[in-house]
Design a protein around this ligand. Structure first.
Ligand code: ZN
Length: 153
């Protein structure tokens, strides 16, 4: 199947109905299909839609940020953390801040941290509107990303 560029607005909510992210007030999000730029469970449903379609899409955890993995929860010596460590804090685990651990429990001697993605184990709901849909250009396919016309590297 030829690759497409799909642009869409979205509002992401968790099972409690809290808004986690939204493109409202920003440019629509544009992505190249088949290049793992958005979560697989969302892409799978967007590719079947047409320009102008509005839909509420539910994505199970396994097709979003994965199930919660208990093996990624573990205890670390408290001395390795700042003195004011507390439940709910996030710490980057790489210099770019691309992955992080969350403090889930603190005792006098240990800190329990959870390295799962914050959205792991959650079914996500996306209210989406397709604002544009077109065939990807050969150059976009070769580069593996969308050229939005504003700039190029
Ligand atoms: Zn490029």
């Amino acid at each position: 199947m030829s690759q497409k560029v799909i642009s869409f607005h979205y509002t992401l909510t968790n099972p409690a109905g809290e808004v986690l992210d939204s493109s409202a007030g920003r440019e629509p999000l544009a992505f190249l299909t088949g290049s793992e730029q958005i979560i697989p469970g969302l892409e799978k449903q967007l590719v079947g839609m047409n320009k102008g379609d509005k839909q509420t899409v539910k994505v199970p955890a396994a097709e979003a940020y994965g199930e919660h993995n208990p093996e990624m929860v573990g205890d670390v010596e408290r001395s390795r953390f700042p003195a004011d460590v507390s439940v709910g804090q996030m710490y980057a685990t790489d210099p770019q801040g691309l992955s992080a651990i969350k403090v889930v429990a603190v005792t006098d001697t240990t800190v329990t941290v959870d390295g799962n993605h914050p959205l792991a184990g959650q079914e996500l709901t996306f209210a989406v509107e397709i604002t544009d849909l077109r065939d990807a250009t050969a150059e976009e396919v070769a580069h593996g990303h969308v050229h939005d016309g504003h700039h190029h590297h």
